[in-house]
Design a protein around this ligand. Sequence first.
Ligand SMILES: [Zn+2]
Length: 130
Amino acid sequence: MSHDLFEAARDAMAFAHAPYSKFPVGAAIRAEDGKVYTGANIENISYPQGWCAEPTAISAMIMGGAKRIVEIAVIAEKLPLCPPCGGCRQKIAEFASPATRIYLCDEAGVKTTMTIDELLPHGFKTDVLG
Ligand SMILES: [Zn+2]
């Protein structure tokens, strides 16, 4: 992974709205159009109404006109690693191929690289999308 995706995720983390968990998280996607789309977690006082950094980045990607995740970096302040939660794995898989790389970062850079297939080996699928 090029260094820019880690830096983009780290920079996105600064926009987190995490007054309840106190765990800011940032995510950065490189899409098939070559552009980088970022997101942060946005919490809500009604806790289930908040959401993670990954869907914020996916939303930015979709609204930017891209459809496919080439690679994605995730970083969380105060956590050694922040693997995407179960729901986010399914959300990432929707726009990824099994070999799409997920970079789990700390403040220094990428610590672990995994594929979405490794993180979600038996995700929900139908043949609707072909
Ligand atoms: Zn999540």
